[in-house]
Design a protein around this ligand. Structure first.
Ligand code: PEP
Length: 246
């Protein structure tokens, strides 16, 4: 199975010219790495133009509203994102939750993404950790809440990106053994709600991943790939990261 690298460009780069260059470099590196598959999540206004540059690199929307239309100034809908060629949807990123996105919102977005034949990438993760282990409950409620009423036959198509909030933008990722433990916990949570198909759910890790740590995380962290922020938004860094995995 290929390692999945989801490139979350966030609000970068600052011009279409740079976006095109970053995309071309990412595509070139992905083309040489047979064991890696890459999804790019650019700012939404670049989706349609980027989709013309490569079919081999699927596109994701970084966030979109569940409603089909209406009075939501500044938002775009999942329907519009799908029509603009996004086939994946990042849902519940920590930076969106920090701006007030609720578990109920993530549930509506998952259902809307599925209705528009998109693959949801659900981001979950605790803000802090303490020895009492309450972070397991936090992640359980994010997973169960977002997936409420998702039919059993669609559950294995959902991708979960485990991103401890304290590791996003941090100097170092979390320890692979802790990822391993959370990966098992997430799959167990889904199995409890939806049965054995939950074992097939893809779990990614996100938080301070780059070319210096990705291969080791893959070896020891029991994850199928990564959601990458900073290291995906610079041509040299994403090239090095993809090369380190191939
Ligand atoms: C993220 O924002 O999802 C993320 C993982 O960021 P970074 O790789 O920069 O830590």
């Amino acid at each position: 199975m290929k390692t999945l690298v989801v490139c979350n460009w966030k609000m970068n780069p600052s011009s279409w010219k740079e976006a095109k260059k970053l995309f071309e470099e990412t595509k070139k590196a992905a083309g040489k790495a047979r064991s890696v598959s890459v999804v790019v999540a650019p700012p939404a206004l670049y989706l349609r133009e980027l989709s013309k540059l490569a079919r081999s690199i699927p596109l994701a929307v970084q966030h979109a509203h569940a409603d089909e239309g209406g009075a939501h100034t500044g938002e775009i809908s999942l329907a519009q994102a799908a029509e603009s060629k996004a086939t994946y949807a990042i849902i519940g990123h920590a930076e969106r939750r920090a701006q007030g996105e609720t578990i109920e919102d993530t549930n509506k977005q998952i259902l809307s993404a599925l209705a528009h034949k998109m693959t949801p990438i659900l981001c979950v993760g605790e803000s802090t950790r303490s020895i009492q282990g309450e972070y397991f409950e936090t992640v359980r409620s994010q997973v169960k809440g977002a997936l409420t009423t998702v039919p059993q036959n669609r559950i294995a198509t959902i991708i979960i990106a485990y991103e401890p909030v304290w590791a996003i933008g941090a100097p170092r990722p979390m320890a692979p053994r802790d990822m391993h433990e959370m990966g098992i916990f997430i799959r167990k949570t889904i199995v409890q709600g939806w049965g054995d198909v939950g074992h097939a759910v893809t779990v990614l890790y996100g938080g301070a991943v780059d070319s210096t740590n990705a291969a080791q995380i893959l070896d020891e962290g029991d994850v199928r790939g990564f959601l990458v922020g900073r290291a995906s938004a610079e041509p040299e860094k994403i090239k090095a990261l993809i090369q380190s995995l191939s």
